[in-house]
Design a protein around this ligand. Sequence first.
Ligand SMILES: Cc1cc2nc3c(=O)[nH]c(=O)nc-3n(C[C@H](O)[C@H](O)[C@H](O)COP(=O)(O)O)c2cc1C
Length: 305
Amino acid sequence: MAAMTHVLGLDLANPVVVGSGLLTDQERNIRRLLETGAGAVVTKTIHPSPPTGLDERILRLPTGMINSTTYSKRSVGHWLGILRSLAHDGLPVIASLHADTPAELAELAVQVEATGCRALELGISCLNEEAGLDDSAERVHSYTAAVRAATPLPFSVKLASGEGLNARATAAARAGADAVTISDTLPAAVVHPETGELELGGVFGYSGPGIKPLVLASLWQLRRAGFQLPVLASGGVQSGRDVHDYLRLGAVVTQVYSALHTDMYDTLARIVAETAETAETAGTAGTAGPSDPALEARRPEQVQS
Ligand SMILES: Cc1cc2nc3c(=O)[nH]c(=O)nc-3n(C[C@H](O)[C@H](O)[C@H](O)COP(=O)(O)O)c2cc1C
């Protein structure tokens, strides 16, 4: 058995968390993913005014998938009912939230807190909105600070690997985040072999095994620079070995998403079982992270880069 893991105020039975996405847009799925053994589940990102009229699709690639989806199309009111019911049953569910402005996101966080939900993830780094996303430390700071001022609930800020990540993660830490989630999908493009045009009509979010080495590198660089907050790692997890790779580099838990688009429940059960088996041989059961003595030795201030 994998040891209990503590993150965002939740005690998880294991470090395999189902990440936010289409598969976590329904209460039924969330409940069944937990019954199947997920340590926790992150909801699809809830947004008071999700974009409408976009062509939201998924394209499978040999090394993962590219998707042009944005936020849940279910209303906030509908989600508050779901979160109330999940909280009533004491389930480890993390509500993923975003909004058009920091003030609206803070207001949404307060509404979600009232449902009894115990942890949040700020899904502020989706690049699939029409204008794309030019993220910055200042933007991350404003969203994070607004939510911190509005609720005592523990929350993680989800960021995308890439340029300026250390500065964005540091901005989240300084503005009061309890953890960061790395990484959201990364910008990618696929050319249609016949038309020569970009598939899905542009640059959209890439996920799956192709991004795992990039996310591992980000995690390593953050830790080497002395970043101290817990990191929830997300990117290309398909096996227990992948989970332990992230734990060994200092993640407190890992999220798994794209892999579950194939045989969702069976795949999750396999990854959870492999994670427990690997923990016995590798000695990593969600105990790495800032308390890891090897990392403590390099300790340090939050960094800018
Ligand atoms: C179809 C699809 C929908 C997603 N929707 C969301 C979302 O609503 N909010 C969010 O924070 N991340 C979303 N993600 C990102 C995943 O949660 C995850 O961070 C990313 O895909 C990397 O992990 P993976 O390689 O295990 O999929 C989505 C990913 C995919 C493929």
